[in-house]
Write a protein that binds this ligand. Structure first.
Ligand code: ZN
Ligand code: ZN
Length: 339
């Protein structure tokens, strides 16, 4: 490859430090050039130490002329990030003889193992997220709507130092907890119900991710039993994590435990995912994944069960893979909690 064209903004940020909303990087073995627009003239000079080209119009014509001028022949593009429109433009405008080669997850692969600086940021994000959870739940009252609680959680994230939430906060009460990705609604949180909260902060650019399922008023014994089963599955998955193990292993451990409780059919998603500059990053922690876990990867562990029209339970922590195991970064208790 003579050059790699990086257009995914999290990858641009990872490579250059640039945090703006419109940019691309042309990376050759010798140098990197960041392309952005005049809104970011000052900011790009502050954040990047690579060459910066400010262009008044769209970025791609400037990228195209840089490629032509430097007589670059083989250009890698980010296969699952570049839009079809941009691909079409490059194919049409680049001089004859220039070859465009789609590349999968080149920068994402680099991003899987976090640097000490990145780990510090993820720790901070995780702690902020947990503080926000504790602060918001002191305001939980029966009759409060899911929307109100979600707003309180988001507010507390910012108050405790986050830029915002890493994804739309999930608050699902009662039977709605059976929807793994429920949007909060105007539904009221009533006594003697389950309450599933999945939340994550973005702080210094880095995501955190945590799910807790708590009980409001009281907990029925069948749900207590199910809660203990999911917690056992989550702990078994965590116990299977260490450097050198395939990413499929923790997932299979979680399923094995749930199967022993007759609940594996209710576990309908994978056990976890990497996180960092984005909330979902490689590696995926799923049954058939063969990626080998390495020290410095930050991943989530989040088995869950979902019973239609009844409710659901998920327990999720953010953990850091180490040589001998993993460190659970999330400080929030997983003891069965009744509010
Ligand atoms: Zn989550
Ligand atoms: Zn997650």
């Amino acid at each position: 490859m003579d050059a790699l064209l990086v257009t995914a903004l999290p990858n641009v940020r990872y490579l250059s430090g640039f945090t703006g909303s419109n940019a691309a990087i042309l990376l050759t073995p010798r140098e990197a050039t960041l392309f952005t627009d005049p809104r970011y003239t000052i900011q790009s000079a502050q954040e990047c130490d690579c060459r910066v080209t400010i262009t008044k119009n769209h970025l791609l014509p400037a990228v195209e002329s840089a490629i032509s001028r430097r007589k670059l022949k083989r250009i890698g593009i980010e296969r699952d990030r570049l839009t079809f429109q941009a691909y079409d433009f490059l194919r049409e405008k680049l001089p004859l003889g220039v070859e465009i080669t789609p590349i999968t997850a080149a920068v994402e692969t680099l991003r899987m193992v976090k640097s000490p600086e990145e780990i510090t940021r993820i720790r901070r994000s995780v702690n902020t997220n947990s503080k926000a959870f504790t602060a918001a739940l002191t305001r939980l009252r029966p009759g409060m709507s899911e929307n109100d609680l979600a707003a309180e959680l988001d507010f507390q994230m910012r108050r405790h130092g986050a830029e915002g939430s890493a994804f739309e906060t999930i608050v699902a009460s009662g039977a709605r907890a059976a929807l793994p990705h429920a949007r909060p609604t105007r539904n009221r949180i009533e006594p003697d119900q389950l309450l599933l909260i999945d939340m994550g902060a973005t702080q210094d650019g880095y995501a955190s991710d945590m799910t807790r399922t708590v009980f409001v008023g009281s907990a029925k014994s069948e749900w207590k039993r199910r809660y203990r089963a999911v917690l056992e599955a989550q702990l078994a998955a965590i116990a299977a994590i260490r450097a050198g193990v395939a990413a499929g292993k923790p997932d299979r451990e979680a399923r094995r435990v749930l199967a022993a409780h007759g609940l594996d059919k209710e576990f309908t998603h994978s056990t976890g995912h990497g996180l960092g500059l984005e909330i979902h990053e490689p590696p995926r922690i799923g049954k058939k994944e063969t990626t080998i876990l390495q020290a410095g990867m930050a991943i989530t562990v989040e088995p869950g069960i979902y019973l239609k029209d009844k409710g659901g339970i998920r327990i999720e922590d953010t953990v850091l893979v180490t040589e001998s195991g993993c460190e659970i970064l999330t400080p929030t208790t997983k003891d069965l909690t009744v509010f």
